[in-house]
Design a protein around this ligand. Structure first.
Ligand code: PMP
Length: 278
């Protein structure tokens, strides 16, 4: 598949960067994952807003402006020959001799374009299992940082238990998934963790908030516990790649009837409409 590194389009398996690159050595950078449906990037401006916010938060001087990044994304999309794809975009503090202090060099920009792989149809039909896991991450989870070790360890632990996702818990409250935002439905209202430095402001979360408004479903941003989630009418998670995924089991305990609920389904249908309008 095609990729991009600092001005050059390459194959994604081609060697492209020197050993002493700060993304490689320090994870000193930020990233975005964007979805393109039928040749149209979905909520691209929101993803780029978040990229610039992440870059600013780590004092990374991203000189490429929005138009230039959009141009590269569109070129990469064309070169990929794909219309339904995922673009991964990463920006790091550049190529420099290894030293913790900020280097004086241009930032690195890399991208990959991959065909979109739908989550298993079975998962969407029947819902997925999740497990609870302590949130062992730092205090700045609103930054989409390359440092994903706690997320990777929790996701792998979930996978080894046959679960689709690990739901992270901090101070007794649900924060988010390792790569998703988490919601519960109770008495007709959607509850989700409020935005703070403890979670990533998901772009799909933003879409769900808008859709809930369109469907006149109350969208309440409030903390909840794993016990609240177990007693919920429905639970679901969202992300760019899984869209809206119903959760039917937590640590082997069934939620409600153990089947996907009507709110998650209605939101999913409305999300598909929103994507088509885009
Ligand atoms: N939280 C975390 C920790 C994530 O990695 C992701 C995936 N990017 C999300 C939430 C969902 O965000 P989005 O809807 O923008 O993909």
């Amino acid at each position: 598949s095609v990729a991009y590194f600092n001005g050059n389009f390459i194959e994604s398996d081609e060697p492209a960067l020197p050993i002493e690159e700060r993304g490689h050595q320090f994870g000193d950078g930020v990233y975005e994952v964007m979805r393109i449906y039928n040749g149209v990037p979905f909520m691209l401006d929101e993803h780029l807003d978040r990229l610039y916010q992440s870059a600013t938060a780590i004092k990374l001087p991203l000189q490429q402006d929005r138009e230039s990044l959009k141009h590269t994304i569109s070129e990469l999309m064309d070169k990929s020959g794909l219309t339904n794809l995922v673009i991964y975009l990463q920006v790091t503090r550049g190529i420099a001799s290894r030293d913790h202090l900020f280097p004086d060099c241009p930032v690195s920009v890399s991208m990959t374009a991959k065909p979109f792989r739908e989550p298993p149809a079975e998962a969407r039909e029947n819902g997925v299992s999740v497990m609870l896991h302590p949130d062992e991450r730092w205090e700045n989870c609103y930054i989409k940082s390359l440092n994903l070790l706690p997320n990777i360890l929790a996701k792998q632990a979930a996978y080894e238990k046959g679960c689709f996702e690990a739901i992270l818990v901090r101070d007794g409250k649900v924060t988010e998934g390792t790569s998703s935002n988490v919601y519960m439905v109770k008495d007709g209202s959607i509850l989700t963790t409020p935005l703070s430095n403890r979670i990533l402001p998901g772009i799909t979360r933003m879409a769900v908030k808008q859709i809930a408004g369109e469907l006149h479903i109350p969208f309440v941003e409030a903390y909840f516990t794993p016990e609240d989630m177990l007693r919920a009418d429905e639970v679901f998670i969202t992300s760019t790649t899984s869209e809206i995924m119903p959760v039917v089991r937590i640590n082997d305990e069934e939620i409600n009837s153990g089947e996907p609920g009507p709110v998650a389904r209605a939101l999913y249908e409305q999300l598909k409409t929103m994507i088509q309008r885009f």
